[in-house]
Design a protein around this ligand. Structure first.
Ligand SMILES: Cc1cc2nc3c(=O)[nH]c(=O)nc-3n(C[C@H](O)[C@H](O)[C@H](O)COP(=O)(O)OP(=O)(O)OC[C@H]3O[C@@H](n4cnc5c(N)ncnc54)[C@H](O)[C@@H]3O)c2cc1C
Length: 298
């Protein structure tokens, strides 16, 4: 199919983008990598009057370490830019580990992190990653309003829905500084490499002075309407000594708390089962990654 006719604009500055959004609101769609918008236009899932192409806006293409020690990803940063950046892998190992699982390289060459987040496919890897990392997302509107910052846990509001309004631009994603000695794991299950995952998990935790889990974050994707934190499972590990029994208990908690979708790809029951298995494995990976407890990996 071909898209319905639309007007095309390719502004050079963020202010021009915001002015176009203010003018057209619901009738406009932003174009970043086009890897999700293109198919949606072609299938007429969306039929905007105006497509606003972000690709000339150089101010959105920046990436790198922030003054606070975090990592900032501008709205035009391609997934492949990060995949090829050793500084990103060093600064944010969990996010870097997830990148090769996202679609295929030609799609990552064009697809942006911001586009993935705003598209908000419940099975997108970035959803789980930003939740596990407590990312902050900067959103801008026209009219001189101050940019607002949305916490990752408040970002996803429904299937293909987020806290970004039609007249707003996701300007950048801020990943907080990586905690020293943080443990992390990433697991997903897809029928074929590059397909959207049937279920997946990104997790990170630290270990406190008494040997208990601390700041436990478990971000799930593919197991509900949106990416979601597995809060009951996080609570199982918080303060407890990491190890196989605790990881199995966290897996059971996940299976209790998720509300997966039944669809043509997998049943809700299968996704629930997968969520538990993947969480248990990802936590064990995380524990083993830094040598576990005095070298005794789970
Ligand atoms: C065959 C195929 C397989 C794929 N498999 C996976 C997969 O396994 N995992 C995965 O996570 N993704 C997958 N994707 C999606 C891919 O990662 C997309 O690139 C990504 O979801 C969208 O990024 P984009 O830059 O192309 O956004 P676009 O397609 O340009 O835009 C997507 C949406 O976000 C909006 N938007 C874009 N940028 C902004 C912004 N800065 N502010 C506000 N709104 C904005 C657009 O208006 C549009 O609604 C797949 C895509 C294809 C075609």
């Amino acid at each position: 199919m071909k898209p319905a006719p639309f007007a095309y604009r390719d502004p050079d500055t963020v202010d021009e983008v915001l002015a176009l959004l203010a003018e057209h609101g619901d009738d406009a769609k932003l174009l970043a990598g086009g890897q999700s918008l293109g198919p949606m236009l072609n299938m007429r899932v969306v039929s905007p009057a105006v497509v606003v192409d972000l690709n000339r806006v150089k101010a959105l293409a920046g990436r790198g370490g922030s003054a606070s020690g975090g990592f900032v990803i501008g709205a035009l940063v391609r997934q492949a830019d990060l995949e090829d950046d050793p500084a990103f892998a060093a600064a944010q190992p969990l996010a870097a580990a997830a990148l090769p699982f996202i679609a295929h390289r030609p799609i990552r060459n064009r697809g942006t992190v911001a586009g993935s987040l705003v598209h908000a496919d419940p099975a997108a890897e970035w959803g789980g990653v930003v939740l596990a990392l407590d990312a902050r997302i900067e959103v801008r509107q026209a009219g001189g309003a101050s940019p607002r910052t949305v916490a990752a846990e408040d970002f996803f509001t429904g299937i293909l829905e987020t806290a970004v309004e039609p007249d707003e631009l996701l300007a950048e994603i801020r990943l907080p500084p990586w905690p020293e000695d943080a443990r992390w794991g990433f697991r997903e299950f897809a029928r074929r490499r590059g397909d959207f995952a049937l279920a997946g998990v990104a997790c990170r935790f630290e270990v406190d002075g008494a040997g208990g889990g601390r700041s436990v974050r478990i971000g799930l994707f593919g197991v509900g309407d949106t990416a979601v934190r597995a809060r009951r499972a996080e609570a199982v590990l918080e303060g407890e000594t990491p190890g196989p029994e605790v990881f199995a208990a966290a897996a059971a908690a996940v299976q209790d708390e998720v509300e997966p979708l039944d669809d043509g790809h997998a049943s809700a029951g299968y996704r629930r089962h997968l969520a538990g298995v993947l969480v248990e494995d990802a936590l064990a990976d995380a524990w083993a990654r830094n040598g576990g407890d005095e070298g005794e990996a789970a």
